[in-house]
Design a protein around this ligand. Structure first.
Ligand code: NAP
Ligand code: G4F
Length: 339
């Protein structure tokens, strides 16, 4: 039986990857940071919670990482743990760097000293392209990060390549573009839009407040993307791959898709910071712009070129943005109905 160790198993990708690996017959070990609140909602939702063995773990603690690797003896390690929210990285840049950059190095160095045969997956990101040097972005596009998060992930990306080249470790980086799902953290823009607008549709009096609605992202479905992670570790040789849909949409378009799916009768009014969405049925403002959600430096446009993954991994995205919005809103509606 193959054994996989997943760091960050309580997050969005951790849940979908656990399900995929358990369905493939793996024994899955998951790492969890101690907390006083419930962390296992995602894993329980996908019915995998009871099949996973959990370990207390923090990427900040080297001896802890080494002990978990020694105990679980994994064939594959998927390093999904990170401080993954870009705005928070401006608030706590040093902690973000310690977790995301040095945390990755701590795992790689542990693999190098404990068992070089362990295969390693690093969760790299399209945020590394930042102020993009090419459109679309591929594995060869130069990096120009725009946040401490993006900078921290470039270190982890290159240290993964360095350990692969220096010590012959099967270490791969997936440069994943934004991927979303019903299990996406509530602070990320897609989930914030679908969950708030759904609550408003069901009678909540709140207003959706967002920042830069002109930012464009290449959004895919997390369930499709974790399959690419697994494929990378099954390849004979380790490598780096862009995983994306090859299509880009603005936050504004994502709001439109959500409003349409929820069957709002609405109109956009105003300009710039005063732009808002009004519900034509009762004249109420359901979305407005709030400067609180703008960032010190923005990534304006992301669109990935997934050709290498299509060619070499035989991977392609299966879920359109419209289907993704449906998945997310249907889940949000069920949450309200079952509350
Ligand atoms: P997520 O939902 O934010 O999950 C992050 C996970 O990391 C959580 O389980 C979190 O645990 C854990 N974690 C945070 N700090 C830790 C620490 N110091 N030690 C151990 N665990 C820690 O992220 P995601 O969306 O699933 O993304 C997975 C990975 O892919 C991340 O590395 C992210 O940066 C990267 N990525 C994501 C996307 C995307 O669009 N989703 C795109 C490209 C790359 P707690 O519950 O304790 O906080
Ligand atoms: O949903 P977001 O917070 O995702 P962001 O910053 O692109 O980062 C996500 O994707 C990365 C991959 O490229 C991952 F590496 C990272 O871990 C994370 O998963 O914001 C998307 C866009 C930004 O341009 C932001 O300025 O939406 C814009 N936005 C506009 N209003 C907002 C809001 N973002 C958030 N979170 N909240 C808003 O109210």
């Amino acid at each position: 039986m193959k054994r996989a160790l997943i760091t960050g198993i309580t997050g969005q990708d951790g849940a979908y990857l656990s399900k995929l690996l358990i369905d493939k017959g793996y024994k899955v070990f998951g790492t969890v940071r101690r907390s006083t609140s419930e962390k296992f909602v995602n894993l329980k939702y996908l019915n995998v919670y009871n099949k996973i063995k959990f370990y207390d773990f923090d990427l900040l603690e080297l001896s802890n990482i080494q002990n978990v690797i020694k105990e679980t003896k994994p064939h594959e390690i998927y390093n999904l743990a990170a401080q993954s929210f870009v705005p928070t990285s401006f608030q706590v840049p040093i902690v973000t760097t310690d977790i995301n950059s040095l945390g990755t190095l701590r795992i790689l160095d542990s693999i190098n000293s404990i068992n070089k045969k362990i295969k390693f997956y690093q969760a790299s990101t399209s945020e590394m392209f930042g102020k993009v040097a090419q459109i679309p972005q591929s594995e060869n596009t130069p990096f120009y990060p725009r946040s401490p998060y993006g900078v921290s992930k470039i270190f982890s990306h290159w240290i993964t390549i360095n350990y692969r080249e220096s010590y012959n470790i099967h270490a791969s980086s997936g440069i994943l573009f934004n991927h979303e799902s019903p299990l996406r953290g509530s602070e990320f823009v897609t989930k914030k839009i679908t969950s708030t607008l759904t609550r408003i549709k069901y009678g909540s009096k709140e207003t959706l407040r967002v920042g830069n609605i002109n930012a464009k992202r290449d959004w895919g479905f997390a369930g499709d993307y974790v399959y690419a992670m697994w494929l990378m570790l099954q390849k004979k040789n380790p490598d780096d791959f862009v995983i994306s849909t090859g299509k880009t949409h603005s936050v504004r378009q994502f709001i439109d898709l959500t409003l349409s799916y929820l069957k709002f009768d609405y109109k956009w009014v105003g300009k710039g910071m005063n732009e808002r969405v009004v519900n034509k049925e009762d004249g109420k403002t359901i979305m407005k712009i709030d400067k609180e959600f703008f960032r010190p430096a923005e990534v304006d446009l992301l669109i990935g070129n997934p050709s290498k993954a299509k060619r070499q991994l035989k991977w392609k995205p299966k879920t359109s943005l419209k289907q993704l919005v449906k998945l997310m809103v249907d889940y949000d509606e069920n949450q309200i109905k079952n509350a």
